[in-house]
Design a protein around this ligand. Structure first.
Ligand code: MOS
Length: 750
């Protein structure tokens, strides 16, 4: 893997620091939610509905209840009612965030296959698993709808999707007239298989009560989301629920919302009066925490003879659950990437017998850009332009949706750099051959929104008299390296070496920050960690200049620098003292400050997006139908990079995920039974090392003074955007066939 690092830096921020929790993870001492050792721990196993729609007609739990070690068999007949169902809100909002507005085991109605219908608690996992198979449930089955083809004629246009955050219809200009007047139009339909997240750590919670106080260890993207959601469901005050999530073994959006199992674990723990551990099985991961929905997108481009876009119409059709109007926002970024005066975006939904779909890494952007950037490749062919030149011709300095200037850009530079790295000049020549393999080059632009906070982000910083500091905010590290980068941010703001700084997250007892979603954690949490640590540093400097015993007494605080925990006069670095000396002399065990940031003003005259460009080189064997991605080159402009190593890893992982989306990932619904047919890691394909090519990650430096104080735009998802169309376009270059479905499989090639 080749990479170019961003510009070297002086302070801790930006350095390729190794992960602070790396040692704990590789030595197995890191404890995950289903590994918490507790005295009297019991184990719960869920039972899922065997039909996709209908009613439970009878439950016979007698045999299960009699089985060895069984403490309880909970069903809708004895679980009890939840206090209240919280509304669907994204976890970015920082409060309640249920995965769907339906809670199972409240009645006999079945809405989707796999719906939790019973929970068996026993003294060991094996006994609970055994007893779960002894619960006899009968159903009256009704016809179900689970795929687009079954529900096409029932489609409706919702007012809003995505938990109400995205309007169902967006228009500007007159798309109909502009398409009629366009010199060239491209009108295509793209289809996408459903996808499931499949982190290696399945969703899990361990719950225990001490009197009326609940502690939940949860594998989650946001401990606060779990706290607020479980509080609402159980009717328990927030103050009596503590949620801890120090480590999360991958999630990709599947742990962004709070699904049913943490509340069920808490209810079960209350019933049996002992701690309960509830971990979903791999198969249950396909029905217990959402998915990326199957979808169809019809995209119509209108352009003039020079390839300048005059109209873009983008319609999406997808199944949602019986309860919620959810679609991933596939139309957003695809409608903002290029200058285009006339636009129409419409979401249509079909009520289906599945869970509510949910966020899945690059939710919407990845699928929307596949449609747009594949169609753009076709447009380039129609107007006889190099695909790269077509992108540059439609480049914009302003967000076409709001008309506001981008707070920072870099798309042009990313396109040019990526072209250089892949050797794009080769594309002008006829496609090369390598034995039976036909070689193709393809490219696509990449973009991902920059989200700001909806609520104030908070952090706390404390410096001890020994000169070490602890900085805290309730962020969870889902594998991104956020604990590491926040250590760097805290150390830089305090003027301490990173070794003397510890960052702590993953606990609702710590100051509240939003969940780790939407590629926004680094920007939002760094802002508040920086604010808290800077406030503490200012307090310390103020204390020193006001202290007659300090060599800095009487100095202007603005003239004081801190390096390695030592406050010195900038112009006379020999004059100063350590933080530790100041505290010890004043008999202070520690000093502490809090900081907060956001929300930013609603009427900021800018729009923000992280841009990038993706280039792919593929080898295709048209006889065997094989596609091998030989190289991926991505260039990204994510603003300030907090850690060169973790940022690169995020982008590289995103690019490989994009390859996976292009060629491998699909969940197949079996419409006759309404069940997912390949609910296992054996049959749901994800890339292994042998599938991953040489990945070239490059950075374009842009400064953004608008998005947040450190100018961080995020790297969590933009790495994936644009990879699948770059690969599809490369396949077209190699064999001359346009592919408009994901994933692209052998039968699409031969
Ligand atoms: Mo991420 S798909 O925004 O949880």
């Amino acid at each position: 893997m080749t990479t170019t690092a961003p510009t070297p830096v002086d302070g801790p921020i930006g350095r390729p620091l190794d992960r602070v929790e790396g040692h704990a993870k590789v030595t197995g001492t890191a404890r995950y939610a289903a590994e918490v050792p507790l005295p009297g721990l019991t184990h719960a196993v869920l039972v899922g509905a065997r039909v996709a729609r209908g009613r439970i007609t009878s439950i016979d739990a007698a045999e299960a209840e009699r089985a060895e070690g069984v403490l309880a068999v909970l069903t809708h007949e004895n679980l009890g009612k939840i206090a209240a169902q919280p509304p669907l809100l994204p976890s970015l909002a920082g409060s309640v965030a249920p995965g769907e507005t339906f809670f199972p085991m409240q009645g006999d109605e079945i809405h989707y296959a796999g719906q939790h219908v019973a929970l068996v608690v026993a003294d060991t996992y094996e006994r609970a698993l055994h007893a779960s198979r002894l619960v006899r449930i009968s159903y009256a089955e009704e016809p179900s709808v689970t795929v687009i083809d079954q529900g096409r004629d029932q489609a409706y246009e919702p007012e809003a999707i995505f938990a109400g955050f995205v309007p169902g219809r967006t228009e500007r200009g007159d798309v109909e007239a502009a398409l009629g007047a366009a010199d060239v139009t491209v009108d295509r339909t793209f289809t996408f298989a459903a996808n499931h997240h499949n982190p290696i750590e399945t969703s899990a919670a361990t719950a225990y009560w001490e009197g009326d106080r609940l502690t939940l260890h949860d594998t989650t993207q946001g401990v606060t989301a779990t706290q607020h959601t479980v509080a609402a469901l159980l009717g328990v005050p927030h103050t009596r629920i503590r949620v801890i999530g120090h480590f999360t073994g991958g999630s990709f959006g599947g742990k962004a919302m709070v699904w049913h199992h943490p509340a069920l674990a808490a209810l079960a723990a209350r019933k049996v009066g002992r701690p309960v551990r509830l971990a979903l099985t791999r198969e249950q991961m396909f029905v217990g925490c959402g998915h990326r929905e199957e979808q169809e997108q019809r995209l119509t481009l209108g352009a003039d003879k020079e390839g300048r876009l005059v109209a873009l119409r983008h319609h999406k059709l997808s199944p949602t659950s019986p309860f919620d109007h959810w679609a991933e926002p596939s139309l957003g970024v695809a409608g903002q990437l290029y200058a285009c005066p006339n636009y129409e975006g419409v979401y249509r939904l079909i009520r289906a017998n599945t869970t509510t779909p949910t966020f899945m890494r690059c939710p919407g952007e990845a699928t929307g850009l596949f449609a747009l950037e594949t169609a753009m490749d076709e447009l380039a062919e129609r107007v006889d332009l190099d695909p790269l030149e077509l992108r540059l011709r439609n480049y914009t300095e302003n967000d076409p949706a709001s008309g506001r200037p981008w707070s920072s850009n870099g798309l042009r530079e990313c396109l040019e750099r990526g072209a250089e790295r892949i050797g794009w000049e080769r594309r002008a020549a006829p496609p090369a051959r390598d034995g039976d393999w036909l070689i193709g080059l393809g490219m696509a632009a990449s973009a991902y929104p920059v989200y700001g906070p909806n609520n104030p982000q908070r952090a706390r910083a404390r410096l001890y008299a020994d000169g070490t500091a602890v900085v805290q905010a309730a962020v969870t590290d889902i594998g991104t390296g956020v604990l590491t980068v926040m250590t760097q941010v805290a150390a830089e703001a305090l003027g301490l070496p990173v070794e003397r700084c510890r960052f702590e997250g993953g606990d609702t007892d710590l100051p509240n920050v939003a969940a780790a979603v939407g590629s926004s954690g680094a920007g939002m949490v760094s802002a508040t960690v920086h604010a808290a640590a800077s406030a503490l540093r200012e307090q310390l400097v103020a204390r020193a200049v006001g202290d007659e015993g300090s060599p800095l007494h009487g100095a202007d605080p603005a003239d004081v620098d801190v390096r390695d925990g030592r406050m010195v006069l900038r112009d006379a670095p020999g004059t100063g003292e350590d933080y530790a000396e100041l505290l010890q002399r004043n008999f202070l065990p520690d000093m502490e400050a809090t900081g907060s940031w956001g929300p930013p003003p609603q009427d900021a005259p800018f729009a923000s997006m992280t841009f990038g460009a993706q280039f792919a080189e593929v080898a295709v064997d048209p006889v065997l139908g094989l596609v091998r991605v030989r190289r991926l080159a991505g260039a990204f402009a994510p603003g300030r990079v907090l850690n060169a190593k973790t940022a690169r890893s995020q982008l590289m992982g995103g690019m490989i995920w994009g390859l996976s989306q292009a060629l491998l990932e699909a969940t197949h619904m079996e419409p006759r039974t309404g069940r997912w047919a390949n609910a296992s890691l054996g049959e749901y394909l994800v890339p292994v090392n042998a599938d991953a090519p040489d990945v070239d990650v490059d950075f374009i430096e842009v400064q953004d003074t608008v998005v947040n104080p450190l100018g961080v735009k995020g790297v969590g998802e933009v790495g994936q955007a644009g990879v699948a169309p770059a690969i599809a376009n490369a396949i077209h270059h190699a064999i001359g066939r346009r592919l408009r479905k994901l994933p692209i499989t052998i039968e699409d090639i031969v």
